[in-house]
Design a protein around this ligand. Sequence first.
Ligand SMILES: Nc1ncnc2c1ncn2[C@@H]1O[C@H](COP(=O)(O)OP(=O)(O)OP(=O)(O)O)[C@@H](O)[C@H]1O
Length: 418
Amino acid sequence: MSCIRKFMLCKEHELRVEVEFKDNVTVKLTGGTAEIFGTEIAVDQQLLTFSGTKFAIFTWQGAELELSGSSFNAYIADETPMVNYINTHSILHSRRVAAQEAEVSGQGPITMVVGPTDSGKSSLCKLLVNYAVRQGQKPLLVDLDLGQGMITLPGTVGATAVQRPIDPVQESLLLEAPLIYFFGQTSPKENPELYRHYVEHMAEILRRRNANYAVGRAAGLVINSMGWVDGLGYELLLHSARALRATVLIVLEDRLHSELEKEFSGTDVEVLKMPKSGGVVMRTVDFRKMTRSSKISEYFYGVDGKLNITTWVKKFSEVSVYKIGCGPRAPSSALPLGAKPTANPLRVAPVEWTRELQNSVLAITYAISPDDLLTSNVAGFIWVTEVDVQRGQVTYQAPCQGELPTTIFLAGDLKFYE
Ligand SMILES: Nc1ncnc2c1ncn2[C@@H]1O[C@H](COP(=O)(O)OP(=O)(O)OP(=O)(O)O)[C@@H](O)[C@H]1O
């Protein structure tokens, strides 16, 4: 049974809401002003419906809210780090303006938000990007977190110029012309070299874009990093910060902050400590899996589940699929005596169409030949629903109706079950 609850928020308070996947909650602002991770919500107009998520509705001036739904948790918090966050935004903003006004337009702040899993990194990135957009800037949002997929599907790294405040309901941004690379797994653990390769390649492309685009250069970057911050995860974090030439690191945890401060002491990189919001909640492994699945579902069926997907049946000979990694790096004969050949993490190898590929989500790239797959931007994704080995044909679903730009697909371990 649905119930309606009304909340009066005093200034600088937030309403923290949790709703399970099987339920939904509708939010209406009936008075005052409010925002969700920096995206303003309009009074009395928009009804926002959320499902399977945790979020906060914050007010700077005070707000009246009406929430309706069958089952959800909501409570008001009076202590938030929002003043710290807006102050940080103001500093970044003044640097963007200075970069814009410089005689030879300069580089705006390259801000990387770092912290362990569930420390609020993506929420803070959304907030910083949204505040920048609200002040007329178009910073690049870079997502290096394979686990959740802020820009598009999980298993990808990517970048996009954010032109308008991020939709608080939609799980992924799905913006125009993003730069996306398909890693195919939700952690870089199995192939860190490929992760490094994609980050370096993307950093180079972004630098080339900004070299000829003063406005974009001045707006800078906001980078969401992954939550794996120990051992190899820490090394990859440092690698990403250096590859993207981060100028500001915002750290959401004390221990990591002191490590990074030491690491970057004597350099131009500023390492700032920022409090984590008390509202950030740990998500269970199951909850994360469901969030990933809901992102994939949203990609194929839309937020409201009403998008039509197109079914295609192709002969194996018409479409090919590749994977990156695994293959031998060099023959033993080419190696020094006693050295063992190791796997080549960047080897592009064809994959046979077998039932193992059933339910896989494959990337469609702009690759003309398999070798291009290491540097090709992702154009979209298909979902393999049947591999009929006897007939030699594959059935897949695509979100668009026309022919795809390529017949070369890239596979990882990403699967989707309806
Ligand atoms: N103030 C808040 N109140 C309620 N929920 C919040 C708040 N801030 C963040 N959350 C929620 O907490 C969860 C974790 O936050 P977020 O995704 O920003 O963390 P993260 O560090 O990026 O996690 P990961 O490393 O897994 O990507 C998300 O569901 C987010 O919407």
